[in-house]
Write a protein that binds this ligand. Structure first.
Ligand code: ACM
Length: 538
């Protein structure tokens, strides 16, 4: 594939910024500002995540009041993507943008089942005067391509009122497939509860950057957030608390299904997490018999970890796990149920092994694959098909990393979310008011400038299924606070999951990221103005 990593206009800009050629910054370039306004036509491929292959050329396509979006007849999944595109484009353009089955439409979405090279999520975008064509093998691929169309248009396209301006997409071809099949974002709704609408807003944000997994951390010491019909106390008692003593909350099963449906419409799979055997205090408060001593503890609203455990020697523990995992599996159209397994500091190694040996088959018996934090590889043995989520740090002992490598050699897939790179709740620097810093501070560059394929010694890229960006909420209780921590690191982690390693470098990324500020603003996202990035002049 041909690749033009630095389109001509970007080259001009890079020169203006003191960069001499692709990826070569002038000595200590320091933060510089971008022009206050966006270019009228964004150079093809200057988006996040960076496309795999871009061939700019020819005059642009123009979206007009006469534009019609063409779909094949009898393809409801394609029509759904087209309606979604139309819904994105109508408010700011004010155009009607009907979705039609007329082959003469100027903006065309088409499926090509023979386009094997595009895989499950790839797409090809061809832009020329009078015709914009998006081709994919699957509706998911078309959906990812729609995010490219969106980002190629001026950021004003994201506004909810009519903007008077030209809507052009640079001419040429983008052919794009993801590097990794798993590109996840995790939201901790246990430490602080977030409503269905707030979770949907987070889904909208991750969809724009081509994420395909939303991992929901549904249970922890401070609260239980999902209704389990066979265990009503989990929500009548266990959901009524959160960090800091707020009211907590939970999703009914209908509400949870609504989240899953909303995510599915964005071709995003929801991975529910029921954290066990530690991080279970809310369950232990709800059902006292789950405690080894049978006594109900006081609810917990602090932010310590590692003090709670399920009781390995009691059969009621396994009946409880069966009830919960059966209902969670039934609520999950996706492949995975995450069973936590992290920070079980109050569980003896023998009990941990007993518990995880008995709990994992409950997941597989209900037709799902186990996902777990990487402690499962050290203190127990992952079942076949398990997906292991690595959250260690650079300073994590080599033996612990080797346990993950051993699991990978035995066939486990690995998702990398190193806490000192990918945790969106870590402070950007010492002055960040929100967030934690037990894994160190994580600047925008630090979150971007690493390679998931080679990060873990002894884990070959072939074992790496992808990347995840967790957002823990011990210190975050509002959607605005989620935004300041996620933006601008969330787009960079999306690029690590999607884009070829060879095309990525910080010096050109920071310019593309700076340009995203227009889009953050148009979307009403309150973002952190990192001094590492050349943001548009104010
Ligand atoms: C974790 O951060 N305890 C997975």
């Amino acid at each position: 594939m041909r690749r033009r990593l630095l389109a001509p206009a970007l080259l001009l800009l890079a020169t203006a910024l003191g960069c001499t050629e692709a990826g070569t910054a002038a000595p200590a370039p320091g933060p510089a500002a971008l022009p206050a306004a966006e270019p009228d036509v964004r150079p093809l491929g200057r988006i996040i995540p960076l496309p795999a292959s871009v061939e700019p050329g020819g005059a642009p396509y123009t979206l007009t009041a006469a534009t019609r979006i063409g779909v094949p007849a009898g393809a409801p999944a394609v029509r759904a993507v087209a309606e979604r595109l139309a819904g994105l484009l109508r408010p700011a353009t004010g155009f009607r943008l009907p979705v039609v089955t007329d082959p003469a439409a100027d903006l065309v979405l088409r499926l090509d089942p023979s386009a094997g090279a595009l895989g499950d999520e790839g797409y090809a975008l061809r832009s020329a005067p009078g015709r914009l064509t998006l081709t994919a093998r699957t509706p998911a691929g078309l959906f990812r391509g729609v995010q490219t169309v969106r980002q190629q248009l001026p950021a004003a396209i994201e506004r909810t009122t009519v903007q008077r301006r030209a809507w052009r997409i640079a001419g040429g071809t983008v052919t794009d497939t993801p590097r990794f099949p798993y590109r996840g974002a995790m939201l901790d709704v246990a430490r602080h509860f977030f409503t269905v609408e707030e979770v949907k807003a987070y889904i909208d944000r991750i969809a724009l950057y081509k994420y395909n997994v939303l991992h929901l951390h549904l249970t922890d010491d401070q609260g239980w957030r999902i209704a389990i019909r066979s265990r009503p106390e989990l929500t009548s008692t266990g959901a009524a608390t959160e960090v800091g003593g707020g009211p907590g909350g939970f999703y009914t099963q209908e509400q949870y299904k609504e989240i899953v449906r909303y995510a599915a419409a964005a071709h995003i799979e929801v991975v529910p997490e029921i954290d066990m055997p530690g991080h279970t205090h809310a369950a232990l408060v709800s059902y006292p018999e789950l405690n080894c001593d049978g006594r109900r503890p006081e609810p917990y609203t602090g932010i310590e970890v590692g003090f709670s455990t399920l009781c390995a020697e009691k059969e009621v523990t396994y009946a409880f796990a069966e009830d919960v995992l059966r209902e969670i599996a039934a609520l999950t159209p996706g492949r995975y149920v995450h069973i936590g397994g992290d920070e079980a500091k109050s569980t003896s190694p023998a009990d941990y092994r007993t518990l995880m040996d008995r709990v994992q088959p409950l997941v597989t018996r209900h037709g799902k694959q186990v996902m777990a934090w990487h402690q499962l590889t050290g203190d127990a043995t992952p079942v076949p098909g398990a997906l292991i989520q690595y959250w260690g740090l650079d300073r994590t002992p080599a033996e612990e990393k080797e346990e993950v490598a051993r699991a990978a050699r035995a066939g486990a897939g690995i998702v990398v979310s190193p806490a000192d790179r990918a945790y969106l709740d870590m402070k950007y620097d010492a002055d960040t008011p929100l967030g934690l810093k037990w894994a160190g501070t994580v600047s925008v560059r630090r979150a971007y400038d690493w390679d998931p394929g080679t990060h873990l010694p002894g884990v070959p890229e072939s074992a790496v299924r992808g990347v995840e960006a967790p957002l823990w909420t011990e210190t975050l209780s509002t959607p605005e606070q989620l935004d300041t921590m996620a933006f601008p690191r969330l787009p960079g982690l999306a690029e690590l999951g999607w884009s070829p390693a060879a095309g990525r470098d910080w010096d050109t990324y920071r310019i593309r990221l700076g340009e995203q500020a227009h889009r953050f603003d148009a979307l009403g996202i309150g973002w952190y103005r990192s001094p590492e990035v050349p943001w548009p002049a104010r």
